[in-house]
Write a protein that binds this ligand. Structure first.
Ligand code: FES
Ligand code: FES
Length: 150
């Protein structure tokens, strides 16, 4: 079947197989930033934004993306540069494997929530796991990023 969607501001038509997952379709069209680990919607490494909301692309049927807007880290370069710089300075990036999915979730949170407290931040980020940096540096960077004017 053929589906169409917008990816990082560009219209795309893609032939997909029944049951094909969004992660695999994104890879097939050259989106290299999206990673995959658990494949069970548990780690958040494969996060992309669908109409601005974080989803796990490893478990999302590509057919359901028809007619929607998908954003990967390539599509939010200005925000990613600011957030990445804060994460670097707070020691929140080590291997970097989780970083694109984590940053997309933080960017979506900043767009969605007004002045979230620490618990609200933790709740929003609960599905994005990191296996090497720990979470304190990430939390410091996220709090600083939430203060940056939109
Ligand atoms: S690889 Fe998709 S949530 Fe872990
Ligand atoms: S920085 Fe390595 S998994 Fe998060």
């Amino acid at each position: 079947m053929n589906i169409s969607f917008r990816i990082n501001g560009t219209n795309k038509n893609v032939d997909i197989k029944p049951g094909e997952l969004l992660y695999d379709v994104l890879k097939s069209i050259g989106i290299s930033s999206v990673k995959k680990a658990c494949e069970t919607s548990s780690c958040g490494v494969c996060t992309v934004l669908l109409d601005g909301r974080p989803i796990a692309s490893c478990s999302y049927l590509a057919a359901k993306a028809h007619g929607h807007e998908i954003t990967t880290i390539e599509g939010v370069s200005r925000e990613a540069e600011i957030l990445g710089s804060l994460m670097n300075s707070e020691g929140a990036i080590q291997c970097g494997f989780c970083t694109p999915g984590f940053m997309l979730t933080v960017i979506a949170m900043k767009r969605e929530l007004q002045n979230p407290d620490e618990q609200a931040i933790k709740n929003y980020l609960v599905s994005n796991l990191c296996r090497c940096s720990g979470y304190e540096g990430q939390l410091r960077a996220v709090k600083l990023y939430m203060e940056v004017p939109q």
